[in-house]
Ligand binder design. Structure first.
Ligand code: HEM
Length: 223
């Protein structure tokens, strides 16, 4: 046990925890984004899907797993950042990239900021939706009308703007994080892995943004 703890708290262990938890959360986001598209294409199917999820007792295990991934990811992320800061207490005088061989991008240099935005966004998001108003579905009072809640929340232009902004930070984080995770796991310098992660991130961004954009601009939320 103590060997596991000392590995997980070593600098390689922390990077590995960050990599694995980050990739698993991207996996969750793929399923979450796909289910969200039902808001646009199949409102009843969306409520039925959410009902099937929340009435399955295994949901508690899945939710515990999600919390563990989230906490594990940001605790190891902070620890790695603090260690790097201590190793170089004085910042570089100039922040130049290494020309075409550098992988320094806006996304890579803003990982802490985008991570902090997620730290604020995710709890607020769960408060708004998971613990938001419980409407009963018209056909069956035991089923939650989550579709109605989503349609109501995105009536507010400020809420829509906050979502589109936060989703852009999330995309920037995953854009850089996906490839870096594979490098931390020892699969380094494979451009196709980085490229696939960036393509997946672009799909996630478009898919997630589609819901607030649809509700506000197309379904008449903003009119
Ligand atoms: C426009 C984009 C999004 C919409 C419309 C949306 C909608 C929802 C809704 C309605 C729920 C409640 C589900 C239920 O109780 O059955 C939920 C839960 C959740 N969402 Fe989102 N979501 C979006 C983006 C995101 C993003 C970007 C993240 C992560 C960074 C995220 C993470 C979560 C988590 C962790 C839960 C709780 C899952 C659980 O406890 O079962 N969501 N979302």
């Amino acid at each position: 046990m103590s060997q596991i703890v000392s590995f997980v708290t070593s600098s390689i262990g922390r990077k590995l925890v960050m990599a694995i938890t980050g990739l698993l959360m991207i996996g969750f986001l793929v399923t979450h984004m796909s289910a969200n598209l039902l808001v646009i294409f199949d409102p009843e199917g969306y409520n039925a899907y959410s009902h099937a999820l929340i009435s399955n007792p295994l949901i508690y295990i899945a939710e515990f797993g999600l919390i563990a991934l989230f906490v594990g990811h940001f605790v190891s992320g902070f620890a790695v950042t603090l260690r790097n800061r201590r190793a170089r207490p004085i910042a570089y005088g100039e922040n130049n990239g290494a020309g075409h061989t550098s992988r320094k991008t806006l996304a890579s240099t803003s990982m802490i900021i985008s991570g902090l935005v997620m730290l604020v966004f995710v709890p607020l998001h769960i408060l708004s939706f998971k613990f938001g108003t419980w409407y009963e579905a018209a056909g069956d009072p035991h089923v939650r009308d989550l579709h109605r809640l989503v349609m109501e929340e995105f009536q507010s232009p400020l809420f829509v703007m906050w979502y589109l902004g936060a989703l852009t930070f999330l995309a920037a984080h995953a854009w850089h994080g996906f490839g870096s995770a594979f490098e931390s796991m020892g699969v380094s310098h494979r451009t196709w892995i980085r490229g696939s992660g960036q393509a997946l991130t672009a799909i996630l961004w478009v898919g997630f943004c589609a819901v607030p954009v649809y509700v506000y601009f197309i379904a008449g939320g903003g009119s």
